[in-house]
Design a binder for this molecule. Structure first.
Ligand SMILES: [Zn+2]
Length: 289
C-alpha cells in the first residue's frame, strides 16, 4: 500500500495571479487532466511503501490573503459543476482544483430543479468573465437513480414515496430517463434482456450517464454558446471504482473524460448506441456461453 499526500499550498507573497483557462477547450482540458492526475495517484503500479505527494497551488488572492481595493477575493470560477450530493464524490478533490476554481451545486441525483437552474443562471450572468464550462457530473452507483430504477422495475415500490412530496419530485424526474434507457436496451437486445442477471445494474448505470447527458443538453440549450470556444455544457460520470470520469461519446472510442452535450436528437441516438456499446455496459449484459 502506498501513501498519498494531497496538499493545498499557498504562498503569502505577491506572485502573479494564477492563469485561468482562456476558453471552453482549455477549461475542459484542465478538468480532464486534473481528474486523470487524481485517479493516477491511486491507480496502478505496485509501488509498495512509496510516498506520493500531490501539491495543489492556491492563489493567495483566492483566500483573500492579497487583498485588492475591496479587501475581498473576487469570485472567478472557470467551471460550474452540478453534481450529486453523494459524499463519496468531493468535486474539487476529484478534479484536482482548489478554492475559487469551481462554482459547485450539489443535489441528490444531480437533477435540474428550479433552485439549481437559478444558481446556474446566476453563475452564467454574474461570472461570465471567468466561466467557460458547465459540468453535469453523475456518479456510478447513484442512490437516487438506483431508487428510480427499482421503482420502474417494481412500481409497488413507489408507494412509500407517495406521501413524501420532496422525494417524489426527485424520483419523478429520473423515472423518465430510466424508462427511455429501458426501451433502448430492450430494442437493442430484445425483450428477454430484462431477465438477464445484469439487467438491473446495466439499466442503473445507463440511466446515470444518460441523465447527466440530458441535463447537459438542457443546459446547453438554455445557456450554451454556438461558438465551440464559448460557454459549453459537458457531462460525465465519476466512477467510484476507478476514480475516473467516464463518458461514452457517439462516434468516438474515447470513453474517459467529460464529453460535450449532444446537440440534437440525432446526437442522443448516437449517445444511446455508444452507451450500449461501451465496455462498461456491454460487460453487464454479456450473454454467458
Ligand atoms: Zn448520487
Amino acid at each position: 500500500m502506498k501513501t498519498v499526500d494531497i496538499t493545498y499550498r499557498y504562498e503569502a507573497q505577491d506572485i502573479p495571479a494564477r492563469p485561468r483557462p482562456s476558453d471552453s477547450f482549455a477549461a475542459l482540458n484542465q478538468l480532464n487532466e486534473g481528474n486523470q492526475a487524481f485517479a493516477a495517484l491511486f491507480n496502478g503500479g505496485s509501488d509498495e511503501g512509496a510516498r506520493i505527494q500531490r501539491v495543489i497551488s492556491v492563489d493567495p488572492r483566492d483566500l483573500g490573503l492579497l487583498s485588492d481595493d475591496s479587501g475581498l477575493p473576487k469570485q472567478r470560477p472557470f467551471a460550474a459543476v452540478l453534481g450529486c450530493s453523494d459524499a463519496r464524490v468531493p468535486i474539487e478533490l476529484i478534479f484536482n482544483e482548489g478554492p475559487n476554481d469551481l462554482f459547485v451545486i450539489r443535489v441528490a441525483g444531480n437533477g435540474l430543479g428550479s433552485e439549481v437552474l437559478g444558481s446556474l443562471k446566476y453563475a452564467v450572468e454574474q461570472l461570465s468573465g471567468s466561466l467557460k464550462v458547465i459540468v453535469i457530473l453523475g456518479h456510478s452507483n447513484c442512490g437516487a437513480i438506483t431508487a428510480a430504477t427499482d421503482v420502474f422495475l417494481n412500481p409497488a415500490e413507489y408507494l412509500p414515496f407517495a406521501t413524501k412530496h420532496s422525494l417524489r419530485n426527485i424520483l419523478d424526474g429520473l423515472l423518465v430517463v430510466v424508462q427511455a434507457c429501458a426501451r433502448k436496451i430492450q430494442s437493442a437486445f430484445g425483450p428477454d434482456i430484462s431477465r438477464h442477471p445484469g439487467y438491473r445494474k446495466a439499466l442503473i448505470e445507463a440511466a446515470i450517464v444518460t441523465n447527466a447527458a440530458l441535463d447537459a443538453y438542457s443546459i446547453q440549450q438554455e445557456f450554451g454558446n454556438n461558438d465551440p470556444a464559448g460557454l459549453q455544457a459537458v457531462s460525465g460520470v465519476y466512477l467510484l471504482e476507478s476514480r475516473q470520469v467516464w463518458a461514452p461519446c457517439g462516434g468516438e472510442l474515447k470513453e474517459i473524460g467529460l464529453a460535450t452535450a449532444p446537440r440534437d436528437p440525432t446526437g442522443f441516438v448516437a449517445l444511446g448506441n455508444a452507451i450500449l456499446q461501451s465496455g462498461r455496459i456491454a460487460s453487464l449484459l454479456q450473454v454467458s456461453a
